[in-house]
Write a protein that binds this ligand. Structure first.
Ligand SMILES: C[S@@+](CC[C@H](N)C(=O)[O-])C[C@H]1O[C@@H](n2cnc3c(N)ncnc32)[C@H](O)[C@@H]1O
Length: 195
């Protein structure tokens, strides 16, 4: 979930080594390192693949995906916010639930985070709803054996979400990359093989 820009957060953000690294290496977000790390371990992205990136802006994950599916692959990215162009990435501005996509994807990524209202129950319900909707989309567009990587948050609905994902995919594992702040409740579910 998006964090408020309180002063301690801002200070930590500025001094964060991943933020510095992202700047040095030309990545648009520190989030790029989360996907990089998961991919290095799990070997999700390969040349020639088709990747769908939900909640893609500002584009760190799309940058990593575009590099790794080259040559011959493509990335289709969507976000409510604008995103500056990235070579090899076809961007759509809008809600991921209105994604226009033909064919089959090898990998669907979702780093979608809604704005938080501060009302805990409502926020948790909203996050869970978005994860369920991203999972439904993934199951619709993924090729057999395809992979779905989605951000979730520990909290009230985590175990229900995990159970739902296990019903929809052959295998589901929990990944917490080092680039994800340890104090953050965010974590990632990696699901393979839509049923
Ligand atoms: C944490 S950011 C993604 C960061 C991105 N993975 C990167 O590496 O740069 C989450 C994004 O989800 C987007 N988002 C939230 N709800 C959405 C929706 N319903 N459809 C599309 N994008 C959405 C937000 O606009 C935001 O840009």
């Amino acid at each position: 979930m998006a964090k408020s820009s309180s002063k301690p957060w801002l200070r930590r953000h500025i001094t964060d080594s991943y933020v510095r690294k992202a700047k040095e290496q030309g990545y648009r977000s520190r989030a790029a390192f989360k996907l990089q790390e998961i991919d290095e371990k799990e070997k999700l992205l390969r040349p020639g693949m088709t990747v769908v990136d939900l909640g893609a802006a500002p584009g760190g994950w799309s940058q990593i995906a575009a590099q790794r599916v080259r040559p011959g692959g493509r990335v289709v990215a969507i976000d409510l916010l604008d995103m500056a162009p990235i070579p090899g990435v076809a961007f759509q501005k809008g809600d991921f639930r209105a994604l226009v996509f033909d064919g089959r994807a090898d990998v669907v990524l979702s780093d979608v985070s809604p704005n938080i209202s501060g009302i805990r129950d409502a926020d948790q319900a909203r996050v869970a709803e978005l994860v369920e909707e991203a999972a439904a989309l993934a199951r619709k567009v993924l090729a057999p054996g395809g992979v779905f990587l989605v951000k979730v948050f520990h909290g009230g609905r985590f175990s229900t979400l995990l159970d739902d994902m296990k019903r929809g995919f052959r295998t589901v594992q929990v990944c917490k990359p080092g680039a994800s702040r340890s104090e953050s409740r965010e974590t990632y579910l990696l699901a393979r093989g839509p049923k």
